[in-house]
Design a protein. Structure first.
Length: 88
């Protein structure tokens, strides 16, 4: 087995923290605008992700970057990478 084993690319998303639910869990809302497949009209799509925040550094309203990871609980599949911008 090679010593410098490369990992696969993981999904990275940027979103806003909408809830701090517990000691190490945050809920991040991802907003994206995509064109409709047939009609090409721009649509807003929203997705909520449950993320692992080990140090508890994110607060409600912060803009954060999250990365896909192994399952950490029943719903948590993402982890906090960094806080991009703190809320006022």
């Amino acid at each position: 087995m090679p010593e410098t084993q490369e990992r696969n690319h993981r999904k990275v998303r940027v979103g806003e923290v909408t809830s701090v639910a517990g000691a190490k869990t945050i809920t991040v809302t991802i907003h994206e605008r995509i064109p409709h497949p047939k009609y090409k009209k721009m649509m807003n799509r929203t997705k909520k992700l449950h993320c692992h925040d080990e140090r508890g550094e994110a607060g409600i309203g912060d803009t954060v970057r999250v990365m896909e990871t192994r399952p950490l609980s029943k719903t948590k599949r993402w982890r906090l990478v960094e806080v991009v911008e703190k809320a006022e």
